[in-house]
Design a binder for this molecule. Structure first.
Ligand code: COA
Length: 375
């Protein structure tokens, strides 16, 4: 058995930002336009008017202040209200490949490692731009990596589930070095015309390099243990998939709300928190780590109140500044990438021997935890 370690992480951040002020202005212009168009039906009580969104609500309900996106022009145009991403030819790298490769190169540079030494790439993300060939294989080719590559999807838990899969393969000896890459274009599966969720998501890509401890050249984190859990729920759901065309009769597919991200946010809030806190506490207890031993929690980045609650529940007290870093105020919810952004930005200062937990949770329901110790 080999000891797997995390020796590098990388974050690709898009260069376009949408602030809450810009987002709310565009949404309210869209709402006014729709309400004017439907004025008669609204007056007759047949159609509900669309209410205005507000910056105050967004910050108090979520803690989110801005988000990075791959295309802001479409999202902020009240006549479009979604990103307009150029369709690429089959001979060009896909957009997820482009984002993923950037994050992978940063992770490789941090670990002082060559792409040609990587023999496993897992592209783990909550939505993939096509069915096949796997995005991971395109990334493998673009980087010049060897071995094999595959895609997987466990929604917001994709990164931690991918890390468990890669760590297990390193432990058993079937691979030597793995990149788990999470290109998340959440802006493309968010319904920007839905006031209840239009503020939630942003785009990003993260990459995590795992290798055998004896191969790590620089500073690294030992992976002490990983644990995954799933429990079926419809409270976060997206029905878009390849069966769609076989179900629809018209050539122009109708605009169906269930073909984008949908959630019952209140239920998610109430149901997921107990599952996650029990999962983390059970995981660390089983490997002899006490809550007091945890120097840092790198949690899934969906909602500030959720993270405040989890930090308190896991540590048994209010976390001190820096113990449970949030990045969601800048990035919003970036699905599987959120906890890896937090880890990437807030782990260099830990001392040798310090222990922490990376934990993601979301649709499925799914929870993944990775307990790491600074070597
Ligand atoms: N601007 C102004 N008001 C808004 C609004 C907006 N953008 N969106 C919703 N509201 C209104 C609602 O209509 C509702 O009004 P009502 O009380 O008159 O019915 C009120 O604000 C409260 O809405 P609600 O949806 O209950 O808010 P919330 O406090 O539950 O916060 C979420 C919403 C989504 C931020 C929160 O439920 C959440 O984060 N849940 C967990 C999400 C999660 O982790 N998902 C995983 C995704 S991967």
């Amino acid at each position: 058995m080999f000891q797997p370690v995390i020796s590098g992480t990388g974050v690709f951040t898009p260069d376009q930002i949408i602030t809450n002020a810009e987002l709310v202005k565009a949404f309210n212009a869209y709402a006014d336009k729709m309400n004017a168009q439907n004025a008669d039906a609204i007056a007759a009580g047949e159609v509900e008017p669309i209410g205005h969104s507000s910056e105050e609500f967004i910050v108090s309900a979520s803690g989110i202040q801005q988000r990075y996106v791959m295309d802001k022009s479409g999202v902020l145009d009240p006549d479009i209200m979604h990103p307009t991403l150029r369709e690429r030819s089959d001979d060009e790298p896909g957009i997820m490949t482009e984002m993923g490769v950037d994050a992978c190169k940063k992770a490789l540079a941090k670990a002082e490692c060559d792409a040609s030494d990587v023999d496993l790439i897992i592209c783990a993300a909550s939505n993939l731009e096509r069915a096949y060939p796997a995005v991971a294989i395109e990334i493998q080719q673009a980087l010049g990596a060897g071995g094999f590559a595959f895609d997987m999807n466990v929604a917001c838990s994709s990164a931690t589930f991918g890390i468990q899969a890669a760590a297990d393969m390193i432990r058993s000896g079937s691979v030597k070095r793995a990149l788990v890459v999470n290109p998340e274009i959440c802006s493309a599966h968010l319904e920007w015309r839905d006031r209840d969720c239009h503020f939630i998501f942003g785009d990003v890509a993260t990459a995590t390099l795992l290798e055998r401890k004896e191969d790590a050249k620089g500073e690294h984190f030992d992976i002490l243990s990983t644990r995954c859990l799933t429990q079926f729920s419809n409270n976060i759901r997206n029905n878009n998939g390849f069966l769609r065309r076989t179900r629809e009769t018209t050539e122009a597919l109708p605009d169906r709300r269930d073909m984008q991200f949908m959630q019952n946010g209140r239920k998610v809030f109430k149901e997921v928190l107990p599952i996650v806190s029990k999962h983390i506490l059970g995981h660390i207890d089983d490997i002899g780590v006490k809550p007091d031993d945890l120097k840092r929690l790198w949690l899934h980045q969906a909602n500030k109140s959720m993270n405040d609650f989890l930090g308190k529940k896991v540590l048994g007290r209010t976390p001190e500044d820096g113990e449970q870093p949030n990045i969601l105020q800048d990035y919003a919810n970036t699905s599987s990438a959120g906890s890896i952004i937090a880890f990437s930005k807030y782990s260099d200062d830990l001392e040798p021997g310090d222990t922490g937990v990376i934990c993601s949770f979301g649709a499925g329901y799914s929870v993944g935890s990775v307990v790491v110790r600074r070597a």
